[in-house]
Design a protein. Structure first.
Length: 189
């Protein structure tokens, strides 16, 4: 099963967190994160959306940790400063990938994870659109079941399949949405 560190910038969006967790529960991939990654996405959501209550986000964190199975990366904090990434604040993400033996970091911030640096650790940074597209291609049945679960879970407000694809496109997953559109007849809205 594919193991991938999910960067905080991906977890910022509730819709993408939901997709990550639906795919996780359906054993489509094994996510990896750390408490520091949790703190980053929670802090960013609270800054951008002050109406959101921290307790609601903490509940989400607890559920993610509960259903994320083997999510936690045993990061060696002493190793973090030595990792040669351009932004010191991203070093812990690479440290998580190394500790968890996860070959992928899923992030919108590709410039923060230079290929020349990551290759030395056997890690690749990929954008969410490419990552989810790969998962759909490799495990279409699990992915489509996760999508059905996601749509069934959207009740306030509910969304049609096409509306959810529009949400994914707006959030930076246009290719994933385009590929999913081919499966519309297999997914009940």
């Amino acid at each position: 099963m594919t193991r991938a560190v999910i960067d905080a910038c991906v977890l910022f969006s509730a819709a993408l967190r939901d997709l990550v967790m639906r795919l996780t529960v359906r054993f489509v991939f094994q996510p990896v994160w750390t408490e520091r990654i949790h703190e980053e996405w929670i802090r960013a959501v609270l800054q951008e959306r002050p109406h959101v209550q921290r307790e609601a986000l903490e509940r989400t964190r607890r559920l993610m940790n509960r259903y994320g199975r083997d999510w936690q990366a045993p990061v060696d904090a002493a190793r973090i400063p030595a990792l040669p990434l351009p932004d010191e604040d991203d070093r812990h993400v690479l440290a998580a990938a190394i500790a968890a033996q996860a070959p992928l970091i899923v992030t919108f911030n590709l410039a923060d994870f230079p290929e020349s640096v990551l290759a030395a650790y056997g890690v690749e940074a990929v954008p969410p659109d490419a990552f989810f597209g790969r998962l759909l291609e490799q495990q279409p049945e699990g992915f489509l079941t996760a999508m059905q679960d996601l749509l069934a879970g959207l009740t306030h407000p509910s969304r049609t399949f096409q509306q959810q694809l529009d949400v994914f496109s707006r959030l930076g997953l246009p290719e994933t949405a385009r590929h999913l559109a081919a499966y519309e007849s297999e997914i009940k809205s």
